[in-house]
Design a protein around this ligand. Sequence first.
Ligand SMILES: NC(=O)C1=CN([C@@H]2O[C@H](COP(=O)(O)OP(=O)(O)OC[C@H]3O[C@@H](n4cnc5c(N)ncnc54)[C@H](OP(=O)(O)O)[C@@H]3O)[C@@H](O)[C@H]2O)C=CC1
Ligand SMILES: CC(C)(CO)C(=O)C(=O)O
Length: 312
Amino acid sequence: MSESTRVVVVGAGAIGSFYGAILKRAGCHVSVVLRSEYEAVKAEGFQIDSPLGDLSYRPDGVYRDGDTPEHEADYVICCVKVLPSIDRAALIKPWVGENTRIVLIENGIDIEREVADALPDNPVISCLAFIAVSRVAPGKIEHKAFGALTMGAWPEGITDDCRDIAARFEAGGIDVKLSEAVVGERWRKSLWNTPFNPLSVLAGGADTVTLLDTPGGEDLARAMMAEVCAVAAADGYPMPESAIDKNIAGTRKMPAYRNSMALDYLNGRPMEIEAILGNVVDIAHHLNVEVPRLETMRVAFSMRDVLAEKQA
Ligand SMILES: NC(=O)C1=CN([C@@H]2O[C@H](COP(=O)(O)OP(=O)(O)OC[C@H]3O[C@@H](n4cnc5c(N)ncnc54)[C@H](OP(=O)(O)O)[C@@H]3O)[C@@H](O)[C@H]2O)C=CC1
Ligand SMILES: CC(C)(CO)C(=O)C(=O)O
């Protein structure tokens, strides 16, 4: 394994700076592309407090969106939020060369297609992060727990590229599960994110304990999960019925936790409603699956957007 693998992390927020630190520990040359935190990171690097130890580091290159790369990257890792306002393909394109592999570490369903369509000659590796990490100040990151990645080639399979980048994450101290069917893995994660993320926002930024302990809360989460299961099955990725019980039991075991969307809401940042909820509803419509609760939530969020536009 070459020590000088060049990695460019586009959107080095909580997830990007953390997994950049892991690849740096594994001996990769890690550059980052930033927006609002450019000055802070250029001056001081990242300070990352983690149960894995002090992961603070100075990236080998610190760039802004619009800068010109000096070298071709082996891997471009895209970690921006999946938002309608961000053209992710346009954002990563300047950093992608002929031999660059594109790695997406982002939440959501069917989020790969727009990138793969715009950059058809570069392989896409799709990753799911099971981690609790957040930005606490410019360049300062708090890693609270977990960190494992699940990944596979998109739309399916495990390629040598997947094995190569997985080995680097593992060398940096992270568990990686390689999957032949990463779209199915996305559905399994969506089983949690699609109900819990938007619910926590509608509940004013509520944590998991509040959501489940509110009378009717667990029933609502379960009913929304059942809708996600039905869409996933119609899309060709059935999940066992026990998956819902397992997710609820696992969530009840966790200390009170605010997911990334709840944190975005509380910090006044844009939220990944379409990637996590809207795309599931669109697929349900396309496959004629009834998802009344998910649909209600999506329309309620659209109302917020319409109101915000009127007030702007
Ligand atoms: N945080 C978590 O615990 C988890 C997050 N995820 C997923 O990971 C993905 C990333 O989330 P997270 O790291 O929390 O999000 P953050 O908001 O912390 O990071 C996103 C980063 O992208 C940057 N960015 C946005 N637009 C641009 C641009 N044009 N040029 C350069 N940088 C840009 C943002 O900069 P700026 O500061 O200017 O906005 C920010 O630094 C999401 O899909 C999320 O759902 C998945 C599991 C857990
Ligand atoms: C599953 C969870 C809660 C952390 O991995 C997540 O994906 C999020 O915070 O959005």
